[in-house]
Design a protein around this ligand. Structure first.
Ligand code: ATP
Length: 136
């Protein structure tokens, strides 16, 4: 099995969708093996989204992800990384996310797309170490 890093972003927490997201993860058969709520420090947010530095949406993305509490989880199971990406749906909740996915069912705007999930094993290792240094 593998592990992935999931964030319920500040929009999801503010809208009261934390339980909805965690429930979908559990109903899929994935296991939540670590969980916490925190206000993301600026430097953690910068490291998390380092690949987007220089893009037009990057400053707004940092402001958004640090704008309120988020929920971080380590999720484990068979093919956990693609399994959660499937649960989340595509980045653009209208154009890309299928109905039935978290974003497809619950979001309208690309920035405010409720969740993050690691996109590859290397990102998962990096992101779990970043958000859960106490686990590594
Ligand atoms: P995440 O990494 O959060 O799971 P993702 O892998 O689906 O999302 P990325 O392309 O890595 O998408 O973008 C990271 C995040 O940046 C998106 O989830 C979204 O919140 C925001 N974002 C991406 N593209 C745009 C855009 N064009 N305008 C505004 N925000 C964007």
């Amino acid at each position: 099995s593998e592990r992935t890093l999931v964030l319920v972003k500040p929009d999801g927490v503010a809208r009261g969708l934390t339980g909805e997201v965690l429930g979908r993860i559990e109903r899929k058969g994935l296991r939540i093996v670590a969980l916490k709520m925190l206000l993301a420090p600026r430097d953690t947010a910068e490291q998390h989204y380092a690949e987007h530095e220089g893009k037009g949406f990057y400053p707004g993305l940092l402001d958004f992800i640090t704008s309120g509490p988020l929920v971080a989880a380590v999720v484990e199971g068979e093919r956990a990384i693609p399994a959660f990406r499937q649960l989340a749906g595509g980045t653009d909740p209208v154009e890309k996310a299928a109905t039935g996915s978290i974003r497809g069912d619950l979001a309208l705007e690309t920035q405010l797309n409720i969740v993050h999930g690691s996109d590859a094993p290397e990102s998962a290792v990096r992101e779990i170490a970043l958000w859960f240094p106490e686990l590594v």
